[in-house]
Design a binder for this molecule. Sequence first.
Ligand code: HEC
Length: 238
Amino acid sequence: MIKNIVDIKMTQFSNLNLAKGFIAFCAVLITAHAASAQDAAVNSELLAQGEEVYNTIAVIGCKGCHGEYAEGDLGVGPFTRGANEGMVSAAVSGIGEMIVVKNVITDEQITSVSAYLNYLGTAQVARSLVKRGRFLPEVFSARPGTRLQVILQNGGFDAHTFKSDNMGIEDIEIAARTSGNLIWEAPEQEGTYSLYCTDCKLDEQYFTININASAPEFRKVAPGIASKGDQAGLYLYE
Ligand code: HEC
């Protein structure tokens, strides 16, 4: 009998604690949610500023030497996806070829362009060239949960619009002889996704993105390692 009362008290006590704990937990969740929404907003603004700097600084932009997506594909400046602020500051102040940038860049711009490059380093490039309505390559494979930067190069003389029915993305309009890109977080489940051209002469051509667990693993990249001539996009950074 006594034991029962104690039990009841204990139960009530722990229920109350649970309730208190739950309220505290909710408060944490709400705060965390507000903070992360705010972080995301600040972050996307910083990234947009960084992208602008990357494309336009000193007229030619960083892209004029490091390539449109920082892959070092122009043969002038090296691969810089994943560079952090220390690397960018050191390059701006120490690399002779970058004098045009050094003369005009502000500390704020160094911060934003570094954030942008660092973010690009977290995304695996999935690229396809669209020529005469065909995608080259037609298929790209990546692991579930990978952040992909899908880059479509329009190799034709007309602008085209690309669409996906199952990736949950907005349509991408790409002017003639330029490229368009978007960041897409691959789902955690395996699956097959695709993009197609809405106004190319050839119908029924797809850029297929296979999300499967046996695809090669993408690791964040370190510019210093990738620029030593190895394949970019497969190195651990941090
Ligand atoms: C006029 C061409 C040019 C422009 C513009 C330019 N860079 Fe560079 N950058 C280079 C070259 C060339 C190197 C490599 C020099 C070397 O390896 O000796 C380099 C190196 C770097 C490195 C070091 C990479 C490594 O592997 O250590 C970083 C980071 C970098 N640049 C970032 C930037 C950023 C950010 C911008 C724009 C704000 C920019 N660069 C603009 C030519 C350029």
